[in-house]
Write a protein that binds this ligand. Structure first.
Ligand SMILES: [Zn+2]
Length: 165
């Protein structure tokens, strides 16, 4: 494998919302009055993390690995999808240095759930929680995010070669 030992990847996802909760975000069910409109469980944060990992390893994106035309992916647990993506990345000899994520949501407030989501991400990714950054932004009351029609997420992931010692 020709590499310089480090790779960075970026991921972005947005899904629309519909009435009814809870909201599955970062693999955690958050009490909220809306949830995703999506083919899988709709967890935009986990989808952004998947795309960041796959992007860093040049393995495509979540839509290629888990096509929404495949009935098997209907309502699928995104944590399981992320674990599968991580396996593919690890199989190429990559491991995660860190991930840093931003959730763009007018509501709910993420601060009360921040540590729970960080720990859940760390558990799924098999890394220490100190390697998982999570920031939250509102939509400033404007646009589809500000009007609470959608929630979006971004993630960057840094990968390094070989097992960490
Ligand atoms: Zn998605």
């Amino acid at each position: 494998m020709a590499t310089n030992g480090l790779r960075v990847g970026i991921g972005y996802d947005l899904h629309r919302l519909q009435p009814g909760g809870p909201l599955r975000l970062g693999g955690v069910d958050i009490p909220f009055d809306r949830h995703w409109i999506a083919h899988s469980d709709g967890d935009a944060l986990l989808h952004a993390v998947i795309d960041a990992l796959l992007g860093a390893a040049a393995l495509g994106d979540v839509g290629q690995m888990f096509p929404d035309t495949d009935p098997e992916n209907r309502g699928r647990d995104s944590a399981e999808m992320l674990a599968t993506a991580l396996e593919a990345v690890a199989a190429l000899g990559w491991q995660i240095v860190n991930v840093d994520c931003i959730v763009f949501a007018q509501r709910p407030k993420l601060l009360p759930h921040r540590q729970t989501i960080r720990q859940r991400l760390a558990d799924i990714l098999h890394i220490e929680v100190e390697r998982v950054g999570l920031q939250a932004k509102t939509g400033e009351g404007i646009g589809p995010i500000g009007r609470e029609e959608a929630i979006a997420a971004q993630c960057v992931a840094l990968l390094e070669e070989g097992p960490r010692t």
